[in-house]
Write a protein that binds this ligand. Structure first.
Ligand SMILES: CC(C)(COP(=O)(O)OP(=O)(O)OC[C@H]1O[C@@H](n2cnc3c(N)ncnc32)[C@H](O)[C@@H]1OP(=O)(O)O)[C@@H](O)C(=O)NCCC(=O)NCCS
Length: 196
């Protein structure tokens, strides 16, 4: 456990604070229609579909976890019957990623949740979360959990708390900056300075 105070992060790496949140019973959900022109559907993802939506949702927030995976590893994950994938479609294009992972121990992880810039702030996030909560608690789970980090949207933490999740743990994650390893373009998320 690092001591109190400031700690150096090597150049080329970044550090984020990760907050873990959970809910242990289904919360009250305020019913909400999908925004005009937006439809919700389950997807059987191909590698190309998944990587495309992951990048279009996540590049602004430096999501890179799944971009590290080779075809075989990601392909296995996408075929895993314990994982479900959903999106929101507008004007013929998929603009959101919702990934639920039903774990063998009875927990369900909201593994990825996000909208592209086209849908942010339209009510689509709340609509998608309502679907996530319904789909997760339709199964005999004991806990729904997720994490969010300080590179994610500043709206995310409050949004999750309003959704009925309670923060219960905090971690520091250190990793190679994905803009330097080639996983993401160098000009992604310019609000987070690149220290090389
Ligand atoms: C986090 C995220 C999903 C939040 O989505 P959002 O677009 O801000 O969410 P919404 O616009 O649906 O909701 C914001 C609030 O405004 C309300 N709202 C906004 N526009 C609305 C509209 N047109 N009609 C009704 N309600 C509306 C929502 O109901 C919601 O209120 P509530 O939380 O009290 O229910 C979104 O910012 C996002 O995808 N960010 C990028 C990826 C990311 O950081 N993901 C989280 C990683 S862990």
């Amino acid at each position: 456990m690092p001591g109190n105070g400031f700690h150096d992060i090597p150049l080329g790496k970044f550090a984020v604070v990760v907050t873990h949140l959970e809910m242990r019973s289904p919360p009250p959900v305020r019913a909400l229609d999908a925004p005009e022109g937006v439809s919700f559907r389950q997807v059987t993802p191909t590698l190309d579909w998944y990587r495309d939506i992951f990048r279009r949702v996540g590049t602004d927030w430096l999501w890179f976890g799944r971009l590290k995976l080779d075809d075989a590893t990601l392909g296995e994950m996408l075929k895993d019957p314990a994982r479900q994938f959903y999106t929101l479609t507008r004007d013929g294009a998929d603009e959101a990623l919702l990934e639920l992972y039903f774990k063998p121990d009875g927990d369900c992880e909201l593994a990825y949740f996000g909208l592209t810039a086209k849908l942010i702030g339209s009510g689509a996030g709340r609509y998608l979360m309502n679907q996530a909560i319904r789909l997760a608690w339709e199964k005999p789970i004991s806990r729904l959990h997720l994490n969010t980090c300080t590179h994610d949207s500043p709206q995310a933490l409050g949004f999750y708390e309003r959704s009925g999740f309670t923060p219960y743990a905090r971690q520091i994650e250190i990793d190679d900056d994905p803009r330097l390893t080639g996983l993401l373009p160098r000009d992604a998320a310019p609000r987070i300075p690149l220290l090389a």
